[in-house]
Design a protein around this ligand. Structure first.
Ligand code: ADP
Ligand code: ASP
Ligand code: MG
Length: 406
């Protein structure tokens, strides 16, 4: 049985018109001899009645902190609603389909509510429906614990569901339908002349996603990489080839007219709403205590620079109040710069090439963008800047590395 997974993101299931396009993609797959398994996100974006952000806002109305277990239960409803609507859309075209929650699809997770990890998938029920000729439509972004509690997989987690089902079903490939033409050199909302990258390796896309490119969830990339299942990211509104993400293969690259071995930077990612934290007058022992407290409270830190008597790092802006409540009882001297952005230049061929950081800094300085902090690895160079400079900085780096259509 040739199984494929087709995932439709929030905007790809938002209206009857766009759902009709999604249904057509499923029908085309059937006509090409595949057995599609559909994964859906909650319908629409923030403000749409059943979108995830709308459900989160609903929980905030009572002015108490919603318990993570209950928040997951609430958030999971968005995808469940979407799965039923999608089943109806398929049935209206004469295709028998069946809606499944993550748990009904056999997705078992740990109980790390809000960001649960998939422990295993029992695909028996999905296979049963496929053998009956029905199209399973799985609610993305969710699973169930051994104890029966519903969990969610982290924001953007329907991609993770799609990749994990692809792996469990040994799918030929996983298609991710969204509202852009594929994975691009930068977020096209901020960089209007960003271009589609036709072929990328798992590791390049993982870096992009890990550094904030929302177009795909980093966990989905990791899962697909672990079993070498190709991921294809496509626009729901069109028939373009999109981006193929697979293992490194000279053959694939050679076919790409865009391929240029001298191109050290291939994309620019960004992360909004970062808070830079400076803690002064702290010895190494005290630094360890602070870092442990942050970890115990689930606050992840990034861009970490430790000196003998101070340290600097960044956290998600949403964690700033929690971090303050950790620092204050410890009486540490701290200051925070809110609303920063982390901009990252990414490229597998950056490895060992001198002068890339100099080009990054030169491009930012030339555009009067203040750099608050930097970090680098073999394949990324990241700069922390003020949030208001985000679009300007992305465009400056995009131009510097000539990422517009060549
Ligand atoms: P979906 O609901 O389909 O999962 P998302 O909003 O999660 O959609 O992801 C798609 C969005 O990702 C695009 O609308 C785009 O603004 C954003 N994005 C960020 N970085 C990139 C990039 N490098 N390439 C393409 N899109 C990107
Ligand atoms: N609906 C969830 C979210 O907005 C999951 C997803 O869209 O992938 O995060
Ligand atoms: Mg998404």
């Amino acid at each position: 049985m040739k199984v494929i997974v087709q995932k439709f993101g929030g905007t790809s299931v938002a209206t009857p018109d766009v759902r009709a396009k999604a249904v057509q993609k499923v029908i085309n797959a059937r006509k090409s001899g595949y057995h599609p398994v559909v994964v859906v996100s909650a319908m629409g974006r923030n403000g749409a009645p059943y979108a995830t952000d709308t459900l989160i806002a609903l929980a905030k109305n009572e002015h108490v902190d919603t318990h993570p277990r209950e928040l997951d239960l609430l958030m999971s409803c968005g995808e469940i609603i979407s799965s039923v609507i999608m089943v109806n859309a398929l049935r209206a075209k004469g295709y028998e389909a069946v809606a499944l929650t993550g748990g009904q699809a056999g997705i078992i997770t740990d109980n790390n509510f809000g960001s649960a990890n998939i422990l295993r998938i029992n695909p028996d029920r999905i296979y049963m429906y496929l053998e009956m000729g029905k199209i399973p439509v799985v609610a993305g972004f969710q699973g169930v614990t051994e104890g029966g509690d519903i969990t969610t997989l982290g924001r953007g987690g329907s991609d993770t569901t799609a990749a994990a089902l692809g792996k469990a079903l040994s799918a030929s490939f996983v298609e991710i339908y969204t509202d852009v033409d594929g994975i691009m050199t930068a977020d096209p909302r901020l960089v209007p002349n960003a271009t589609v990258l036709k072929h990328l390796t798992y590791s390049e896309v993982f870096q992009m996603a890990d550094q904030g490119a929302k177009v795909i969830h980093p966990k989905a990339v990791e899962i697909a990489m672990s079993c070498s299942i190709p991921l294809i990211i496509k626009n729901i509104n069109g028939n373009g080839p999109g981006t193929i993400v697979s293992s490194y293969d000279e053959g694939n690259y050679a076919q790409d007219t865009e391929y240029d071995p001298n191109q050290v930077v291939t994309s620019i990612s960004h992360m909004l709403n970062r808070t830079q934290v400076l803690i002064e007058n702290v010895n190494p022992e005290f630094q360890n205590i602070i870092l442990s407290r942050l970890a115990e409270n689930g606050i992840s830190i990034d861009l970490i620079n430790v000196f003998p008597d101070k340290m600097i790092f960044t956290i998600d802006g949403n964690d700033a109040d929690k971090a303050k409540s950790i620092f204050e009882p410890l009486m540490c001297r701290y200051s925070m710069i809110h609303n920063c952005s982390k901009i990252s230049a990414i490229g597998n061929r950056m490895r060992g090439v001198p002068g890339v950081m100099a080009r990054v800094l030169k491009a930012l300085v030339k555009n009067q963008i203040q750099v608050l902090q930097t970090a680098d690895s073999h394949t990324t160079i990241s700069c922390l800047i003020k949030g208001e400079d985000t679009a300007k900085a992305l465009m400056a780096l995009h131009d510097e590395f000539k990422l517009h259509a060549r």
